[in-house]
Design a protein around this ligand. Structure first.
Ligand SMILES: Nc1ncnc2c1ncn2[C@@H]1O[C@H](COP(=O)(O)OP(=O)(O)OP(=O)(O)O)[C@@H](O)[C@H]1O
Ligand SMILES: [Mg+2]
Length: 434
């Protein structure tokens, strides 16, 4: 089943959804010509069609019917940052228990989630559902499509603060994933995030607390970062302990990994196997702390997928850790959707960059100007911090001033287009190569 007529396979069902830019109904004929057996549509069309009141609701109900019919364990994940990263890690680790279906990319909404669920078949044992929320009731709705057996809440940050109004409101929306559990389910909650930890009170099911706090049931201790910014830690629970070294970059990965461990332990995987599987999990989705080295030794960290205050902080710490004594560059774009907190959050990032001793800060675009100003107020001077109007200007500056051996973090929302800057930095190397 597909919603894009270009992806139709013979015998498939095409769901005609009204999109932001195009209306799926206009592609019904193309879908049938490409081999679709029928079109699920909101109105009568001149092709074989199943007419329903609302194709999107029907898509969700179909997915639910499939999930109900199969014997799959649903693991649902939400959080302000790290859902996709954790989803990938879950898929890698849980595949040791049996066949897993997990979303492609970041399919985490009312369309992507049912489409993912519809790819389950009789062989599927586990379904990982990434659940994003832009408002109240969104996650509750997603939980009706794939009712969770295990619900994971990673963190409650300030992503989408603009739409929700407050962190408490974001927390309330995320808690829907916990309230949707049945009493025989399990909540896996971040003990280190107070807003998440409180959700234990909302849970109809037993809770596994995970994190670095002493109160965690599944715990990470002795966290260290190696020179490549990869974290090692000791994973422990009531049954013992085992060492983990992650392949993904950044200390924030520890929180994601320990959540995965909480799920895997609940599903019966022995602790040493969990540790081994976590240590073997390759980062799967692009533009998230992707580290590449140019032949001149310049290290480019491409984290241009999205940016919110928590993920920028995590990325800055990783940058400084990786750079060690080398010159570190933080090329930062605007963080979107922060509402009234926009100015203070950007200012705080600029100040943090100074406190972490980032060598060169480059704030890109009008929305990121406060990052530069924050750095200046915190005492940066001269060339330590700069503001440039756009990606092209940032690239010109980097081409001019980055030296062999420097470490360059590029971080922003994909809407701002900074991944092009990271790509251009790396492409230069290919042009120079013999
Ligand atoms: N636990 C974490 N805490 C802070 N930042 C994180 C965490 N995990 C991942 N990140 C960073 O957050 C950014 C987004 O990661 P990811 O795509 O996994 O999140 P997401 O929640 O799926 O985002 P989206 O809402 O866009 O789907 C990346 O820059 C990543 O490095
Ligand atoms: Mg995602």
């Amino acid at each position: 089943m597909v919603v894009d007529s270009r992806q139709v396979v013979p015998g498939g069902l095409f769901v005609a959804l009204p999109g932001e830019r195009v209306d799926g109904h206009d592609y019904a004929r193309a879908a049938v010509e490409a081999g679709a057996t029928a079109v699920l549509t909101g109105r009568e069309l001149d092709v074989a069609c199943l007419v329903v009141d609302d194709p999107q609701t029907a898509l969700g109900r179909l997915a639910r019917a499939v999930v109900d019919r199969l014997d799959v364990t649903v693991v649902a994940v939400t959080g302000s940052s790290g859902k996709t990263t954790t989803k990938d890690m879950l898929a890698a680790v849980l595949s040791r228990l049996g066949p897993v279906v997990a979303p492609q990319g970041s399919f985490n909404n009312e369309v992507g989630l049912p489409l993912t669920a519809l790819t389950c078949d009789e062989s599927t044992q586990l379904l990982v559902s990434e659940m994003g929320a832009r408002g109240r009731g969104h996650i509750a709705y997603l939980c009706e499509i794939t009712p969770p057996d295990v619900s994971v809440v990673l963190n409650v940050g300030s992503a989408h603060l603009g739409e929700f109004g407050s962190r408490a409101a974001i927390g309330a929306a995320k808690a829907e994933i916990v309230r949707a559990l049945r009493p025989d389910g399990r909540a896996v909650l971040n003990a280190d995030d107070p807003v998440v930890a409180e959700m234990a009170e909302d849970s109809p099911a037993p809770v596994t607390m995970v994190g670095e706090s002493a109160s965690a049931d599944v715990r990470a201790c002795d966290v260290r970062l190696d020179q490549g910014g990869r974290a090692s830690f000791r994973l422990s629970d009531a049954t013992g302990q085992a060492d983990v070294t992650l392949l993904a970059v950044g200390e924030h990965q520890v929180a994601n990994a320990v959540s995965v461990a909480g799920v895997a332990r609940h599903l019966g995987m022995p602790l040493p196997d969990v540790a081994a599987a976590l240590s073997a999990a390759e980062p799967a989705s692009r533009w998230r702390m992707e580290v590449r080295e140019r032949s001149d030794g310049v290290l480019v960290i491409n984290d241009a997928y999205n940016a919110n205050p928590e993920s920028v902080r995590a990325a800055l710490k990783a940058l400084v850790g990786i750079a060690g004594g080398r010159t570190s560059w933080a090329v930062l774009g605007e963080m979107r959707e922060l509402g009234e907190a926009t100015l203070t959050e950007h200012d705080a990032i600029g100040r943090l960059a100074v406190r972490l001793n980032v060598s060169r800060l480059v704030a890109v675009g009008e929305g990121a100007r406060a990052v530069h100003l924050g750095a200046a107020h915190e005492g940066s001077w001269g060339r330590e911090s700069a503001w440039v109007p756009d990606g092209d200007a940032a690239l010109a500056m980097l081409r001019d001033e980055v030296r062999a051996g420097d470490v360059v973090l590029v971080k922003g929302s994909r809407l701002v287009g900074l991944e092009a800057v990271a790509a251009a930095l790396l492409a230069e190397d290919e042009e120079d190569a013999p």
